[in-house]
Each structure stands twice: as C-alpha cells, then as structure tokens.
Design a protein. Structure first.
Length: 395
C-alpha cells in the first residue's frame, strides 16, 4: 500500500492530475489539488461510475464530460485508479463562468472554482493519451522503476560516500525516484549521483539492441525528463530553460539506434538538471530571496501582493521590498511582471493559446493591458512576438 500511495503522490506532483484509488466502490486513497473542490459531489459520481472489471492489460479507459473535463482509469492492486478531472481547455474567465453555470453552483462559488481550476492540469487529446500511457506503465512498474526485466550488471559509477542510498538491490525504487526528484529540486547533483549508483545496464551487445527494450528505455527517458523538468522549475529554473533542456535530451535520444547511448543520456540528464538548478540557486541570491522568488513564481497567475509575500516570510513589507531590490535589482512589482512576461513568451510559442487566454491566465484584466505591459517589456506586441517566432522557425 505504501508503494501505491507514494506512486500516486508522485504522479499527482508531476502532472497536476488528481488521482483516486477505488476499492470495493469506495475511494480509499486520493491525491487532489490543495484548493477545496467545489464540485466534489459531481466528481465523486463520475469517478465511481467507472467499471471495476478492467484487465491489467486493457488500455486506459478515457472519458470526457460536458463540464470541459476529462478522466481515465486503469486497474491497480485489486482496485481501480481514476485520474481526473483534467481540463480540456485552458481555464479562461469565460470558460470558468460556463462551468459554474453548467453545475448550478451559486455565483459566490466563482472564486473557489476559479482557484480550483488553476490547480488542475490542462490536457489536449494527445497529451491526455500520453499521460494514460505513462500511468499504465508506471503503475505496472515497467517505467520509472530504474531496473530491467533481464539479468543485469551494475553500471560503473562512483560508490556513494554516504549511506543515503545503500548499495543493494532491495532499495525501494519509488523512494529512489522521490529522492532523485527532491535532489534535482534542491540542486544537489552529488545526491543524484549516489542514486544513480543503483541504475543498471543490461548485459547484451549494444550493437544489436532488442528494439522493444530500446523503445522502452526511450520512453523511460521521456518520463524521467518530464519529472525532472517539473522538479527543476520548482527549484527555480525558468520554465523556458527547463523545457528546452528536456526537449534536447528527448530529441537526442530519438536519434540513437542502440541501447547504451540512450541509457547514458538517461543518466546524464538527471545530473544535468540538478547542476542547472544548483547554478541557479548558488548565484547571487540569499536563501531568503530565493524562497521569495519561488513564491512569486508560484503565484504569478493571480493578483499577488507584496503584503502577502511578506506575511508568508514573516517579514515587514518595506524590509522585504528593500532586500528584493538589493539582490534582484527589481522591485516586487517589477519582478512579478518579469516572471509573467517570461511565461507569456513561453505560452506564445504554442498557437493554441490565444492572446486573450494568456492575458487572463497571467492575471491581467484584459488583452489591452497585457499587450501594453508586454510591449513595454519586449518592445513588441504579443502578436508581433508570435509572428517573429514563426518566421524564425521557418528559417
């Protein structure tokens, strides 16, 4: 049960998708957003409506609802895991109001529903089916398990100096996974290297790879890169840098036609992410201001105030403002704007995101205000920036 609970928590942390384990028509385990679910009764009915007779070899059972939501389910530990809700579209103010109207909730529940929606994952069809595939493999222990199903020999890595990761094959793999992600989040490459001591490599000739194992290793790399990128972002790495690093490793792995190079890429990427976070965290920022910048990043999508940040850090607003200005060179408001604009640049790369949706997501009252701030920051309007990106891609 501990293993299942930890995997559920890890999946929820990595994807922002609520996860529920049902046994004998009762929800016994649940990992959900921090915000209170205003639609809890509706969601419970949907979750409990999935059939319990799914085979472990069945593909995930996907469903969508009229409330702009999606779910999928798969069997686990004699019960059923239900993943969801996920949002089919980004939660713009218009779509949130439509959801409120469709559920007959009182208008006073709008702020609660808005905050709840911002905590949920937004997935298109392709991404949702990928998450289904990822979950199916994780909970069947074929991905993210850091071990293979054939006889193995340990890879030649330095023996860990400390006892954080004892060198034996009985280490619970989910604990190893959580410790690695925590080490990335805190910028601790040495801890990551100790964990990699347990990473094993198959004893076959890499020049004639088993293509099934090769594909499985590439899929494992994709999964690890996704988790590592999210951990790195939480550790202070910019979204743009983390996602670019993730894509670089994934693209490189797809070019390889033998097992060993993919495995070494897999080993390298987790150390690389930890090093990048370490460089970010050991810059000019003190631990206090580093925590402040993390909180600003986490609250960039709402009207976050300096007084709220100061309260969370137990500091006087004026004193915090002075420290922030001294170390970052920017005032609180200026730093928040900078973070929002960096996120906007990332979102503008995806043509699915309309400029209006981006402006509402980042807490701006309307498109005109967002456009004005974006132009001040970059010298271009959002539309001009997007066109420039398209021209660059064509070249």
């Amino acid at each position: 049960m501990e293993t299942l609970e930890s995997l559920i928590r890890l999946f929820r942390f990595a994807t922002k998708i609520p996860v529920h384990w049902i046994y004998k028509n009762k929800i016994l385990l649940a990992e959900e957003p921090n915000q209170h679910d205003p639609l809890i009764e509706t969601h419970r009915k949907i979750i409990l409506s999935f059939p319990m007779k799914l085979s472990e070899y069945d593909k995930p059972d996907h469903r969508t609802t009229e409330l702009n939501e999606a779910y999928f389910a798969l069997p686990a530990n004699g019960g059923l895991l239900v993943f969801g809700p996920m949002l089919l579209h980004r939660p713009t103010e218009e779509k949130i109001r439509l959801r409120l109207k469709g559920t007959n909730l009182p208008y006073g529940q709008l702020p609660t529903l808005r905050q709840y929606d911002y905590e949920l994952a937004v997935t298109g069809d392709v991404q949702r089916y990928y998450y289904g595939y990822l979950a199916w493999n994780i909970f069947r222990k074929e991905l993210l398990s850091f071990q293979t199903t054939i006889e193995t020999d340990p890879i030649e890595l330095p023996k860990p100096a400390l006892a954080d990761f004892p060198a034996n094959d009985n280490v619970e793999q989910y604990v190893l996974e959580e410790k690695m992600m925590k080490a990335i989040r805190h910028g601790q490459p040495e801890i990551v290297k100790k964990a990699l001591f347990h990473y094993q490599k198959p004893g076959f000739d890499g020049s004639h790879p088993n293509m099934k194992l090769l594909r499985a290793e590439k899929n494992r790399l994709i999964s690890t890169a996704t988790l590592a990128a999210r951990a790195a972002i939480q550790g202070g790495l910019s979204e743009e840098q983390a996602l670019q690093l993730k894509e670089t490793y994934i693209q490189q792995s797809e070019k390889e036609m033998s097992f060993d190079p993919v495995r070494m890429l897999h080993l390298t990427l987790v150390i690389d992410f930890a090093n990048q976070v370490n460089q970010k965290q050991t810059g000019t920022y003190s631990s206090l201001i580093l925590r402040a910048t993390h909180l600003i990043e986490e609250n960039k999508t709402r009207n976050y105030l300096l007084s709220e940040l100061a309260q969370e850090l137990n500091l006087h607003p004026s004193y915090l403002s002075r420290l922030l200005k001294e170390e970052t060179g920017m005032s609180f408001k200026r730093y928040l704007t900078h973070i929002r604009m960096e996120t906007a640049k990332q979102m503008l790369q995806n043509p699915i995101n309309s400029i209006m949706e981006i402006s509402l997501y980042l807490g701006y009252g309307g498109q005109s205000h967002f456009t004005q701030v974006f132009r001040t920051e970059t010298g271009l309007t959002p539309l001009q920036f997007r066109k420039q990106l398209l021209l660059h891609k064509k070249k």
